[in-house]
Design a protein. Structure first.
Length: 496
């Protein structure tokens, strides 16, 4: 038995000392080694311990009973590093009320310059323009409201003083509109659908998109809905997976709708279209493209090499398409085998992409000769492995979570400038020189966006439990949520 214990400790030491392995693989290896060691210990106890038969039988029965009791009392959850976490199975689940708490007239919620009408803000790049005061000791964040919400892993989209998110309510997915300042429900639109898994969690995973008087959202099972902004009344709905063929991705649909002129554009399922476009007001099918297997990233609109285009990060490629027709403009390969989730970042005529599980980042240069595009890989680096934490740029430097640790890289060379601060697989925004980091454990962290050094200014506990959702900054109000709770914080603006 002592030899087994020494071997177990020795193997784990090798696993965690390896610089070639990612944290996820280290966790997986630890689980496998621990299970093998447990089975070996049980085998020794039964066959080699020399204890009386009744003691051995009683020990095995007791172990089986303990496992069964644990399975009855606890459910298994995982962190972004795949570390198992036991949650008490009978803890009270949130039971939010679906009935509107305000009348349907929200015409007073007019659009403002601080709107965040879609995934990752106005430009889908996590960059905001609000000048926030970094002195939280003197001017701490003011909590405006806090309330239980249904499960979901998307963010809020907000226009004026109304914010909309997706939630799981029992066997139904729901689009729910809240007031930014009070958290009261304005309206709710629900329909039968439910996605869930142990690792990915339960509920929809995409962020709604607001454009004009309409809201579009894609649920976890592929249902694309369009509803009226003022009332939540449905305009049209269809299941993209069933409509276009293919099958639901392993971790559900996470494509946040992109609006381009009269189109709404999303990705399809595995075996389905890379992108599919519908008429945004009627839901009529307009075009589809098949440029590789779609994955988990959302389409983004950008002007690269002088041409407006839609870029999509696929399972084994990055491709760009004509927004009006879907025609392929260019494509470049990406190493297959692991999920692609984090949004690529457009840096002029350059495109920075990254994925986790050891893949790292690549910078692509895009140029054009006439109608023909050329894509060149400028550098590759393991120094930014964005599993599903989207990265941002500020004043020529890129900031992101490299397997959970905040990293600053120089995009001109791919070199790491600094690395520090473990925030898990959370999310971040940048606004006027400040990084707002929603850590995986629910803490809100303020970090200065500077290449000089890692400079954490403040850290405050805000949410409890695993938090993978992207924050949304609406003017000076920061909206945060996870799969159980939502919070609104008013942040002080800089006055000088």
């Amino acid at each position: 038995m002592a030899l087994l214990l020494v071997a177990y400790v020795g193997v784990l030491s090798v696993v965690w000392a390896s610089a070639l392995s990612t944290r996820q693989y280290q966790v997986l290896a630890t689980i496998i080694v621990s299970l093998v060691a447990l089975l070996a210990a049980v085998a020794w106890f039964v066959a080699g311990s020399g204890l009386a038969r009744r003691v051995r039988v009683g020990g095995v029965v007791g172990l089986v009973g303990l496992v069964l009791a644990g399975a009855l009392m606890f459910r298994l959850d995982v962190t972004g590093d795949l570390r198992p976490v036991l949650r008490y199975r009978f803890a009270a689940a949130p039971t939010p009320v679906l009935e509107p708490e305000l009348g349907p007239d929200i015409r007073r919620f007019i659009s403002t310059p601080g709107d965040s009408p879609q995934f990752l803000g106005p430009n889908r790049d996590g960059s905001m323009r609000v000048r926030l005061d970094p002195d939280w000791d003197t001017l701490p964040p003011e909590e405006l409201w806090r309330r239980e919400v249904g499960a979901g892993w998307g963010s809020f989209a907000a226009v004026g003083r109304v914010a909309i998110t997706q939630e799981q309510r029992g066997d139904e997915e729901a689009l729910i509109a809240y007031t930014v300042d009070t958290g009261e429900i304005v309206w709710a639109h629900d329909y039968p659908a439910r996605y869930g898994s142990i690792i990915a969690g339960v509920g929809p995973r995409a962020t709604p998109t607001i454009w004009g008087d309409t809201v579009w959202a894609m649920g976890g099972t592929g249902v694309l809905s369009a509803v009226e902004l003022l009332t939540g009344n449905p305009r049209w709905s269809k299941n993209v997976i069933e409509d276009q063929g293919g099958r639901l991705q392993e971790w559900g649909k996470s494509s946040s709708p992109l609006i381009y002129e009269d189109l709404v554009i999303v990705s399809g399922g595995w075996g389905g279209p890379t992108l599919v476009a519908y008429d945004r007001m009627t839901g009529e099918f307009r075009w589809r493209v098949d440029a590789g297997r779609p994955d988990y990233a959302s389409p983004l609109l950008a002007t690269i090499a002088g041409r407006e285009q839609i870029v999509i990060f696929n399972a084994a490629s990055i491709s760009a398409h004509d927004p009006s027709t879907g025609d392929l403009l260019w494509t470049t390969p990406w190493p297959p085998g692991q999920p692609t989730v984090a949004q690529p970042l457009v840096l002029g005529d350059l495109l920075l992409a990254s994925s986790g599980y050891g893949r790292g980042a690549k910078l692509f240069g895009v140029s054009r000769r006439g109608k023909r595009f050329e894509v060149t890989t400028l550098w590759e680096s393991p120094r930014l492995k964005a599993k599903f934490a989207h990265f941002v740029q500020y004043e020529g430097f890129v900031y992101g979570l490299d397997d959970g640790v905040l990293t600053c890289i120089d995009p001109s060379s791919g070199e790491r400038v600094w690395k520090g601060g473990r925030y898990g697989h959370g999310q971040l925004l940048v606004s006027a020189g400040l990084l707002l980091i929603q850590a995986e454990n629910g803490s809100l962290v303020l970090v200065e966006a500077t290449p000089d050094e890692h400079r954490e200014l403040h850290r405050r506990p805000v949410l409890d439990g695993k938090t993978w959702n992207v924050p949304a900054l609406v003017g000076d109000v920061l909206l945060l949520r996870n799969d159980r709770e939502a919070v609104a914080l008013r942040l002080a603006r800089r006055t000088r």
